[in-house]
Each structure stands twice: as C-alpha cells, then as structure tokens.
Design a protein around this ligand. Structure first.
Ligand code: FMN
Length: 380
C-alpha cells in the first residue's frame, strides 16, 4: 500500500470500548432485492457477499421497522421475530468478511409505498395530501417509537454489532423533526423542542433495547440530513440543536447524510463554510462523525479524511462500483478502481436486477454514472 493511505487504516475505539479496525465504512445502500416478506433475497445475498472486506463497518440497507413504513420494493425487514434467522444470515455474511455489521433501521412515513403496506394507512407527523398520508394518532406515534426499539431488539438477537437510526433523507424521523412536515400542535410538534421529541424518543427506545440485553458493546449510531430546502424546513440551526441533544446521549457515532462531502451550508449558519465542518465543530469531539458524499477515488477519500472533519468516511457509489475498494487500496491497485459502471462488466458488480436496470437507464442522479458519462473527469 502507498503509505500515504495509512491514516485511513488506523483503528478507532468507540466510547463503549469497541474497536473499529479502520476508518472506511460501507454507506447504507438500498438494493431493492430482499424477498417480498422482507427476508434475505438471493440477489441481495450476492450484493452484500463481497462488499465488506477490509472495511471497518458495513451499514445495511434501510431496514423496515413497522409494516406501515415500507418505502421500497425488496426492502429488508426487522419487524417480527420470525425474521431473526434471516437477519442473522445477513449479519453473519457481513461479519464473516471482518467488518462490523450495523443494521440501519427505518420507516418511510409519507414516503412509504401504499401498495406495499398490507392495507395499513400511510402515517406521519402531519397529513400530507400529495402522498395520501394521514396524521398519526398519539397512540400510533408511540407504537412507531416502540417499533424502532423492537427492531433494535431483533438486531441484537440476530447478532448484529449495532444499529443505525435512519433519521435522514426525509423519512419518518426527519419528517417529525422538520417544521415543514410536522405541523402538529400536541406534544410531538410545535416548537423545535417538541419536534425533537420523536427523534429522541426513538433513541431512548433503541437504548432501552440495548440495556435490556445488557449489551454495552452494541453500537448505536444516528444518521441525519442537515438541511431541507423548504421555507419551514430544517436549517443548520435546527441541526445544531439536534446534534447538541444527541451528543449528550450514550450513542457511539453520528452520521451525516450528504450527496457531496463539500456541500456548503444553505441557511442558519455561515454559508461560506462546509456543512460537515460546521457539524464536526458543533459535536466538539463528543462523538465521532461519519462523512460521505461523492468520494470516488482513493485520493479523494484521503483528502476528505485529512480535512479532519470526519473520523470515518462512508462510501456508497464507490463501493457499488468497486466491491473490493479497500482491498485494492491495501494492495496498491489504485489503477484498478473504477468510478463508473461499465455495462459490459455485469459480473464485476453483482447488482440485483432492479438496481442494475435503474443504473443502465442512466437517469437516476443518485446512482453511479455509466462509463463515458463521468462528471468532472479532470477533477481526479
Ligand atoms: C443505491 C443507493 C441506495 C441508497 N440507500 C440508502 C439507504 O438505504 N439509507 C441511507 O441512509 N442512504 C442511502 N443511500 C445514500 C448513501 O448512503 C450515501 O449517503 C450517498 O450515496 C452519497 O454517498 P456516495 O457519493 O459515496 O454514494 C443510498 C445511495 C445509493 C447510491
């Protein structure tokens, strides 16, 4: 390995004593390939079978916690005890490659897909006509919180090393924190403090599951999106307040969701400064931060890590295209690392069919580019 990459391969000990062997993390990636009952699918097995090698942590695809929140075809589930064997197989596949296995726990809220909900209503903080979602009753709010605790319990029983609470990307938890999506006037909405109650109650439910099993070593992380574009939506100021609250909880890490590591703040903070830098300063060393976003070569990954704004670097599209990227860096094979999908090399990637077809269509900006259509070719 070129010694300049050494910093990426330094271990990190979390505040509960668990050592993560290096600073590279597989970003959570929905693969659309679980079975209809939420258990591990054949193509899902292939997709996760070789992407955790030489990585420190592998965060799974967003995994459903409650029937009312299914937001993807082929979404994995941690809803019922019968799903434990399947979850265990997922955890084992990841752990056998030497990475920590972290289950991302999720509810889609208004982004759920009606026909996948087995007749249940779509519910979220406040009614949303456009998506046909109604306001959750107080009892439902409490059952949603409990569902996250239950999913963490199932993850522990299945042998996962941890869970990541999916509070990002405009799904249920973010919908409760957002002044745009949450217009409730009861205890779950109104002031910023009240909007924060749902995310913090989810954290408490997950921590209670961990305590119930006496598992200090179980990792609990929280992912958030720092800003929303809507007038009444989340601003950097809101996110600072959330971070202030989260950093007082016995969590192990925070994970910012960004499509671009170097995105600058939009509102509620210095707009000439990078979001991740501001968040990292705000955390003040209380918890490690995972950074992410468009880091598609070893040099880009190193450069981002060397900013000092993230203790870990997560890779999504780069790991889609290069399942063995960490091993290639270790072996000094930087030249073998691709930054776009070559449609001729289906076997190299092992994508599930749905993901492969979306990628080949080349119309989804969130998926890796196709060979010949890479942006910023000069920006290596
Ligand atoms: C195929 C795909 C699926 C994704 N699914 C999830 C998900 O389930 N949960 C999540 O928090 N983020 C998800 N993301 C976002 C990634 O975790 C990551 O934040 C984003 O891709 C930016 O990082 P990158 O530029 O390294 O890909 C997904 C991204 C991709 C490309």
């Amino acid at each position: 390995m070129n010694p300049k990459f050494n910093p990426l391969f330094q271990p990190y000990t979390l505040n509960n004593g668990v050592e993560i062997k290096n600073r590279l993390v597989v970003a959570p990636m929905t693969h659309l390939a679980s079975n209809d009952d939420g258990t591990l699918g054949g193509q899902e097995r292939t997709f996760i079978s070789n992407r955790a090698g030489d990585m420190g942590m592998f965060i799974t695809a967003a995994t459903l916690v409650h029937e009312s929140g299914k937001a993807f075809y082929g979404q994995p589930e941690a809803v019922r005890a019968e799903q434990i064997p399947s979850l265990k197989e997922t955890a084992d596949i990841i752990k056998s490659q030497g990475a920590k296995a972290v289950l991302q726990i999720h509810h889609g809220g208004k982004q759920a897909i009606g026909e996948l909900l087995n007749g249940q209503d779509k519910i979220t903080a406040s009614a949303d006509e456009a998506s046909g979602t109604r306001e959750a009753t107080d009892a439902e709010v409490r059952s949603l919180i409990a569902a996250f605790g239950n999913a963490a319990d199932l993850a522990i029983q299945a042998g996962f090393d941890g869970v990541e609470i999916h509070g990002a990307n405009n799904y249920l938890i973010q919908q409760f924190y957002s002044g745009h999506s949450n217009r409730r006037t009861d205890e779950w909405g109104g002031s910023r403090e009240k909007r924060m109650r749902f995310p913090l109650a989810v954290v408490e439910a997950v921590l209670a599951a961990k305590a119930k099993h006496g598992r200090d070593d179980f990792i609990v992380g929280y992912r958030f999106s720092p800003e929303e574009p809507e007038e009444a939506g989340i601003t950097m100021e809101d996110t600072f307040a959330l971070v202030d609250a989260l950093k007082t909880r016995p969590l192990q890490y925070l994970h910012i969701s960004l499509w671009d590591f170097y995105k600058k703040a939009r509102r509620g903070a210095d707009t000439d400064t990078y979001r991740i830098q501001l968040i990292h300063e705000r955390i003040g060393g209380k918890l490690p931060l995972i950074g992410v976003g468009n880091l598609y070569t070893p040099n880009k990954i190193l450069e981002a890590f060397n900013t000092g704004w993230a203790e870990f670097i997560a890779l999504g599209k780069t790991v889609m295209v290069n399942p063995d990227i960490a091993t290639r860096i270790i072996n000094g094979d930087e030249d073998g690392i691709q930054r776009a999908v070559d449609p001729e090399q289906t076997d190299r990637y092992g994508f599930p069919d749905r993901l492969w077809n979306f990628t080949l269509a080349g119309t989804e900006a969130w998926l890796p580019p196709l060979k010949g259509q890479e942006p910023n070719l000069l920006d290596l």
